[in-house]
Every structure is written in structure tokens, then in C-alpha cells.
Design a protein around this ligand. Structure first.
Ligand SMILES: Cc1ncc(COP(=O)(O)O)c(C=O)c1O
Length: 400
């Protein structure tokens, strides 16, 4: 089989007014795990679908058949860029394809001058470790890191950000939804505070993208990052970083690679000539094995439609919260719709024992801190929520 190396790989992300797939039972057959398991751990890894499995196989089949399919791989990289852009209503030229959030954020901070008066990075206490660690690594380059800590009820009020951001702040990092507790930040309001003091706002959307509608044209952030492992249903090794057009034109990352060059195939070792678009934040050889499943996962999400997924997940979360109240459980995630996303955290006296007890009933969840994490997505149904609640009732002694 010889591949046509110029196929149209642009995913069709136009919303279908009468989609064949809707959230819930209609899409569930795509995910074999539900034949035997109640899966509520999309905050760690999205469930594997038949089409994502087939796409991963396509990578191996093409390699077997044709050897180095460079032209096709580069096309897949562009298909990933277009798919990310489509999901967040952005222009593909403003999107870098990365191997992880870590790679994108490292490239971003490498482009910031942190040696002068404006050398502070403000981070919320709910950032993923990689963001905090990258921020602190910049102390070696002259940066100062300021933490914005939550109140005793777990919330981080806007005033805390207002207190922390000032004329010395270069960058504010606020995760869209906390991986630890499910708290959702008001990204737009925090961005306004940052902008009023001349700082940039980076939002990590990993725990939101695919489950919550994100429109980067109106979100207010300057940079948004995320990846395919969770609610985008792909594998590890693929992420994105969107940058506001004016910003990506002026920033020059010193963490770079040959796929960030203005002409990859010039193969020059004589200069640094970054691409004019956000591709300047790409790095080396694209994450080929992750591109195939990543694009397939994103196409599935786009086919169902994020707005429909968000409504579906909200219904499941409402049912879960009502059941948790009946059990008298302590919920760490705030109740208001604007303050949470698809992840609900329940306080446990022994979270690892609780995860194990649920796993014994083939219910997959996870833990962080003293919380049990239950995350719901397009493939979950009311019956999953009821099974989880019944299992929690049976293990009531492990709830705080
Ligand atoms: C909020 C958040 N950010 C980032 C990551 C991952 O970062 P990276 O792609 O650098 O591994 C995760 C999960 O793994 C996450 O939950």
C-alpha cells in the first residue's frame, strides 16, 4: 500500500446539527471498558474508544507498510493543530503542537525576560506540579514566585489574586479546573486583574478541554495550554499551547527545536529563525505515535460537540451531588455551576482504601490529597452515578 501523502487530513469540526452521536448511551458502545467497568477517572486518562485504538494501529500499519512516512506524519501534526484550534474556536496559526504542557510552558517562560523589575510569576495553589516546578526553575534566571493560597473553604477568591499581582508581575498562572479538588477558576476575571497591571495570564485547561466549552476569543487569557490524555480521549505525548496573536508574534522562545523553525526542511545550523506563527513554540520531531490517537479522540469529541457534552456532564454532576448530600458526604468541590467542571472530589478518611474498595466493584476512580476524585464525561450515564453512590453508601465508614 502506498500512501497518498497529500490527503485532506483536516478534521471536520463543523458542528453537525443532527449528529449521529450524542453523549450518553449513543456514544458508549465506542468504549469497550463499559462492558465490565464503571469508569469515572477521565481526570487521569480518558477511556479508550474503538476508533482511537484503530488510529493507534494505523500508525504501526503505515510504518510496517511504508517505513518512514514523513510527509504523512507532518500532515498529522497539522491535523492535530487544526483539531485543537477547532475545539477552542481559535486560528491554527495561533496554536503550537507540543508534546506536553511542560514543553509548552517551558518554551513560553524561556521567552520572558525575568531579569528586570517585572520578574514575578504568580501561581495559584491549584496549579499542576509541572507549572509550579517550571515557575520555581525560573528563580535560577532571576524570577520570584508568588503563591496564591486558598481560604479555609478551599476557594481562592479574586481578592487573593488582586493582592498578589502587581507591577512586578510578568506572568499569572491559573489552572481552569484544579486537578486536586475540582475548583474552577474565573479565568476571565483573573485575566482582567493581570492585564490591569501589565501581566500575562496563562490558563492550564487540561482538566476542562473536551468537557467544558472554551472559547479562546472571549476567555481573556493570553496563553492557554492542555493535552489529549484526559477529556480529549487520546494518549500521552500530545498537547497544545494557544497564544494571543499579538503575543506569539513578539515572543522569541529560547527553548526551541527544528520543528519551530521558519523552514523545517532548510535544515540550517547557521541561525535561529523561528516560524512566524505559533509553530515557533513547537519543538523537535513531532510526537508521531500520539498524533494518530490524539486526532481521532479530538474528532470524536468534536462530532458529539463540547456544548452537548457540557450539558450532559452537568446533569450527571447534579445527580452525583444530590446523592452525596443524601449520604451526608463532605464534598470538597464547590457547588455553584461556575465553580466546578466535570471533576467532583469527596473527602475520605482513607482515600486509597476507598479507591480500592470501589475498584473491587469494578468502579474506577482516583485520589489526590484526602479526596476521592470522581470525574464524569460524555460516556457516563445516570446508572454509573447510581452505582458509584451505592458503592459509597456501602463504604460510608471511609467518607469524612
Ligand atoms: C491540570 C493539568 N495540567 C497538566 C497536566 C499534565 O502536564 P504534562 O502534559 O506536562 O505532563 C495534567 C495531568 O497530567 C493536569 O491535570
Amino acid at each position: 500500500m502506498t500512501r497518498d501523502l497529500t490527503p485532506d487530513l483536516t478534521p471536520d469540526l463543523t458542528p453537525d446539527l443532527t449528529p449521529d452521536l450524542t453523549p450518553g448511551l449513543s456514544v458508549r458502545d465506542e468504549f469497550p471498558i463499559f462492558e465490565h467497568t464503571t469508569y469515572a477517572n477521565s481526570c487521569s486518562q480518558g477511556a479508550l474508544s474503538n476508533r482511537v485504538r484503530a488510529a493507534a494501529g494505523e500508525w504501526l500499519a503505515g510504518w510496517d507498510e511504508n517505513g518512514a512516512e514523513w510527509g504523512f506524519w507532518v500532515e498529522r501534526n497539522e491535523a492535530a493543530r487544526t483539531a485543537f484550534a477547532g475545539l477552542v474556536h481559535a486560528d491554527p496559526d495561533d496554536v503550537a503542537v507540543t508534546t506536553s504542557v511542560s514543553q509548552g510552558v517551558s518554551a513560553l517562560v524561556s521567552a520572558l525576560d525575568l531579569t528586570g523589575e517585572r520578574n514575578r510569576i504568580v501561581i495559584s495553589e491549584y496549579e499542576f506540579p509541572t507549572v509550579g516546578q517550571i515557575a520555581h526553575a525560573q528563580e535560577l534566571r532571576g524570577a520570584e514566585v508568588v503563591h496564591v493560597r486558598p481560604e479555609p473553604d478551599g476557594r481562592i477568591p479574586l481578592e487573593r489574586f488582586a493582592d498578589a499581582i502587581d507591577e512586578r508581575t510578568a506572568l499569572v498562572c491559573c489552572t481552569a479546573v484544579s486537578f486536586r479538588s475540582g475548583h474552577r477558576h474565573d479565568v476571565s476575571a483573573i485575566a482582567e486583574l493581570a492585564h490591569a497591571r501589565g501581566a500575562l495570564l496563562l490558563a492550564d485547561s487540561y482538566q476542562a478541554i473536551g468537557a467544558l466549552e472554551l472559547d479562546l476569543r472571549t476567555l481573556g487569557a493570553d496563553v492557554v495550554t492542555g493535552g489529549t490524555v484526559k477529556y480529549l480521549l487520546g494518549s500521552a505525548g500530545l498537547g497544545f499551547m494557544w497564544l494571543r496573536e499579538s503575543l506569539r508574534k513578539e515572543l522569541l522562545p529560547t527553548q526551541t527545536g527544528w520543528f519551530a523553525d521558519e523552514d523545517i526542511f532548510a535544515m540550517s545550523i547557521a541561525d535561529y529563525s523561528p516560524h512566524a506563527t505559533a509553530r515557533r513554540f513547537d519543538s523537535g520531531t513531532p510526537p508521531v505515535p500520539s498524533l494518530y490517537p490524539g486526532v481521532a479522540g479530538m474528532e470524536l469529541i468534536a462530532e458529539v460537540g463540547v456544548p452537548a457534552i457540557e450539558v450532559h456532564v452537568r446533569g450527571l454532576v447534579t445527580r452525583l451531588l444530590a446523592g452525596l448530600d443524601e449520604l451526608g458526604a463532605t464534598v470538597a468541590t464547590p457547588r455553584a455551576e461556575v465553580e466546578h467542571g466535570p471533576l467532583i472530589c469527596v473527602v475520605s478518611t482513607d482515600p486509597n482504601a476507598l479507591v480500592d474498595a470501589l475498584a473491587a466493584e469494578r468502579i474506577v476512580t482516583s485520589t489526590r490529597d484526602s479526596n476521592l476524585r470522581i470525574s464524569l464525561h460524555l460516556y457516563n450515564v445516570d446508572d454509573d452515578v447510581d452505582r458509584i453512590l451505592a458503592a459509597l453508601e456501602a463504604n460510608r465508614a471511609l467518607l469524612a
